[in-house]
Design a binder for this molecule. Structure first.
Ligand SMILES: N#[N+]C[C@@H]1[C@@H](O)[C@H](O)[C@@H](O)[C@@H]2O[C@H]12
Length: 445
């Protein structure tokens, strides 16, 4: 048995738009994802988050389910449009009350709440004013963050400013496959910078708030980039991929500068950055959240795509997302972060897998693949702790099957199956196994 440190926080993660449903209930306003999913052609099957897992109404039963699973912590996100329907100014008390009740129920169940301020559902009203591409968003986000610190900061001790800013900037503003569906490199790079500025100003607001006794961090989606061959061109291509996918956020946050290779590569599209900006961005944080799913293998491909690279297929098992199952990449990433950007506390704020889950004749889900996936990744994390990494918690993505963005409900990541027509929750084999892991605080070798 490989035991984890005493007090290790085993949890699950979710996000507001992916599970809550009722996006316009009780005074809430449309988010950019409500608009994006209601725009035909954007989401597979025409799916929307109108119902999702109906968590907005079933939250009490879901907290009871978390308790049944033995979770030590639960990472959720706050829907900005519920609490500030116009994005700024007028507070929607009914929206704040939802998160008030949720936090109280979690604490009553002995579950530590981790609150993510932004998991992609920007108020549509702010998109109408330019959204993340407008530098005024820094003030808008800081006002929203300050409100939540004030209202929940007496009970929530762990705060994550942004979830996966890379996806917000690239998928939402360069590739256009996520909300708000823009395809503009100049805007996308500006968005990345504004996200980091907003993060830095929220950190300052946190330190000044009554929540300030807690911890604040950011969650980045990071993936090791491996060169397909040892050729100089493939190694240079891999450096560009690592800079864009990983260092674009890591370097300004922890080193106070953007990767020079990106500034050079993007030339005139690169936004104006001042030393004052960089000082705001690199304000010290208390932990780094890591979302890990897989790695990439990279080859030089002159003139192809944004970076002149292509991703090379590898042999080996894959998840239903087509992602290589590569647990050693988690170990490699954790050790790199500790050595190059640390040694601050780390949390794995998301790790999990989609598989083709089906109910069997007995109405259960025997997701042995997900048990194996998680087991191998837990062991990789434990190995990193042996090497000195200050890993303090692990949040499985996700507690519930949920709305998988542009893929709608076609992908199931949950350790609990959601039968959407009936909204029944059915704990999968992986959920029962995870409960044993938490109870033992460890996994068999
Ligand atoms: N895809 N995928 C699953 C999962 C997504 O559902 C989360 O919302 C994101 O934070 C992150 O991309 C990971």
């Amino acid at each position: 048995m490989r035991r984890f440190p005493e007090g290790f926080l085993w949890g699950c993660a979710t996000a507001s738009y992916q599970i809550e449903g009722s996006p316009l209930a009780d005074g809430a306003s449309p988010s950019i994802w409500h608009r994006f999913s209601h725009t035909p052609g954007n989401v597979q099957g025409g799916d929307t988050g109108d119902v999702a897992c109906d968590h907005y109404r079933r939250w009490r039963d879901d907290v009871a389910l978390m308790r049944e699973l033995g979770l030590k912590a639960y990472r959720f996100s706050i829907a900005w449009p519920r609490v500030l329907p116009d994005g700024t100014g007028r507070v929607n008390e009914a929206g704040v009350a939802f998160y008030d009740r949720l936090v109280d129920a979690l604490l009553e169940a002995g579950i530590v709440p981790f609150a993510t301020l932004y998991h992609w559902d920007l108020p549509g009203a702010l998109q109408d004013r330019g959204g993340w591409a407008n530098r005024d968003v820094v003030g808008w986000f800081t006002e929203y963050a300050g409100l939540m610190f004030e209202r929940l900061g007496d009970r929530v001790q762990h705060w994550i400013t942004l979830n996966e800013p890379w996806c917000v900037a690239h998928l939402g503003h360069v590739a256009g496959v996520h909300a708000p569906g823009m395809r503009d490199l100049w805007a996308g790079l500006r968005v990345a910078h504004h996200l980091l500025l907003a993060h830095g100003e929220a950190v300052a607001a946190f330190r000044a708030s009554r929540a300030g006794r807690g911890r604040i961090g950011i969650t980045l989606n990071l993936a090791p980039q491996h060169a397909a061959t040892s050729s100089q061109t493939d190694r240079a291509a891999t450096d560009r991929a690592d800079a864009y996918h990983n260092r674009l956020f890591l370097d300004p946050l922890f080193k106070g500068r953007y990767p020079a290779v990106l500034v050079q590569h993007f030339g005139e599209a690169w936004p104006e950055v001042t030393d004052e900006d960089l000082a705001i961005i690199r304000r010290p944080i208390d932990f780094l959240g890591i979302n890990y799913y897989s790695r990439s293998v990279v080859a030089d491909a002159p003139g192809e795509g944004l970076l002149g690279i292509r991703h090379v297929d590898t042999a080996g098992a894959r998840t239903a997302m087509g992602w290589e199952i590569y647990p050693q990449g988690l170990y490699e990433l954790l050790v790199r972060l500790h050595r190059e950007y640390g040694p601050l506390p780390l949390y794995i704020t998301e790790n999990g897998a989609a598989f083709d889950d089906r109910l069997d004749a007995s109405g259960q889900v025997d997701d042995a693949e997900r048990v194996d996936y998680l087991h191998r990744h837990f062991l990789a994390a434990r190995r990193a702790i042996d090497d000195g990494v200050r890993l303090e918690g692990y949040f499985v993505w996700s507690m519930l099957d949920n709305f998988e963005w542009a893929l709608g409900y076609s992908k199931r990541f949950g350790i609990v199956y959601v039968d959407y027509p009936s909204q029944r929750r059915i704990v999968k084999r992986s959920g029962r196994w995870y409960r044993q892991v938490i109870e033992a605080n460890g996994v068999p070798e």
